[in-house]
Design a protein around this ligand. Structure first.
Ligand code: NAD
Length: 283
């Protein structure tokens, strides 16, 4: 039976550290990290994510401001807003909640956010920093996954890691982080020929395809570490990409859904906000 990597508990502990650091920074420097979240339109899922981020900031002592804009806002007006926030010395982190309405080019918006305020780590310069191994802001979900792997003291050197999914926000960046930690990384995607075979070779599996229960116990090597990033709504329940019941019989460690990677993503956002604050304030 696998050990559970409890994302909720690890998040609680990590957020407590963030809170203590924010309070120390306030005492020593008289300033508070400030995150601005821009929400365009009224997508209920986006509204709920933003509420979660605001709540987490508040609890950690991070100042947060939500700017809501109508879905009809022009791309130019949104870019102007981002530029204003870029030059506002009181703002340390900028997050534009995705997805944006179809008439707005998300890439242009992301590229306009100042690299040093890009708490999501989606700016091309932050992506480049990750690829060449220099200092930048890491995207929140992959960063949270690494915090989970570090929490179990796994030595990734020489381990075979399989990343399922090649998105820019999860698959590609986590593959780079695993590489950086000397794992031998394979990336699988929708056109991979034999996913079951690839999975069977892996000491570490990161499942981020968005396909409910696609990784089953029979695909997992005995003792593998299984990180389930997937969040799929099935019959009003949240289900991961891993079939937990069969997988936990084979894995040495496994993350649940919900209560696994999800909470770690917001935790990483808090950490990124504090890092951006320190960088901007030269601390
Ligand atoms: P995406 O939808 O952008 O891309 C999915 C990827 O999976 C693609 O690269 C595709 O090639 C691959 N894929 C699809 N079907 C496959 C198959 N049958 N076999 C192998 N690969 C396949 O994905 P994303 O935005 O990275 O999200 C992936 C999942 O992770 C989703 O369920 C999403 O909700 C979840 N997610 C969770 C968090 C979190 O904080 N918990 C954060 C981001 C994403």
């Amino acid at each position: 039976m696998a050990n559970i990597i409890d994302g909720k508990a690890l998040s609680k502990e990590t957020r407590q550290h963030v809170k203590e650091e924010v309070s120390r920074l306030e005492k020593e420097h008289g300033k508070t990290p400030h995150l601005v979240v821009v929400l365009v339109g009224e997508d209920p899922a986006s509204q709920s994510y933003v509420r979660g981020k605001e709540r987490a900031c508040k609890r950690a002592g991070i100042r947060s401001t939500k700017i809501e804009k109508d879905a009809s806002i022009s791309e130019e007006a949104l870019l102007n807003l981002v530029n204003e926030l870029n030059s506002d010395p009181e703002v340390h982190g900028i997050l534009v909640q995705l997805p944006l309405p179809a008439h707005i080019d998300s890439n242009r918006v992301i590229e306009t956010i100042a690299q040093k305020k890009d708490v999501d780590g989606f700016h091309p310069l932050n992506i480049a920093a990750l690829q060449i191994g220099t200092k930048g802001v890491l995207p929140a979900t992959p960063k949270g996954i690494m915090t989970m792997l570090n929490s179990i003291d796994i030595d990734l050197q020489g381990k075979k890691a399989l990343v399922i999914g090649r998105s820019n926000i999860v698959g590609k960046p986590i593959a780079h982080l695993l590489l950086k930690n000397h794992a031998t990384v394979t990336m699988a995607h929708s056109r991979t020929n034999d996913l079951a075979w690839e999975a069977k070779q892996a000491d570490v599996i990161i499942a981020a395809a968005g396909k409910a229960k696609m990784v089953t116990g029979d695909m997992i090597k005995e003792g593998a570490v299984v990180i389930d990033v997937g969040v799929n709504r099935v019959d009003d329940k949240l289900i991961g990409d891993v079939d937990f019941d069969s997988a936990e019989k084979k894995a040495s460690y496994i993350t649940p859904v919900p209560g696994g990677v999800g909470p770690m993503t917001i935790t990483s956002l808090l950490q990124n906000t504090v890092e951006c604050f320190k960088h901007i304030e030269n601390i």
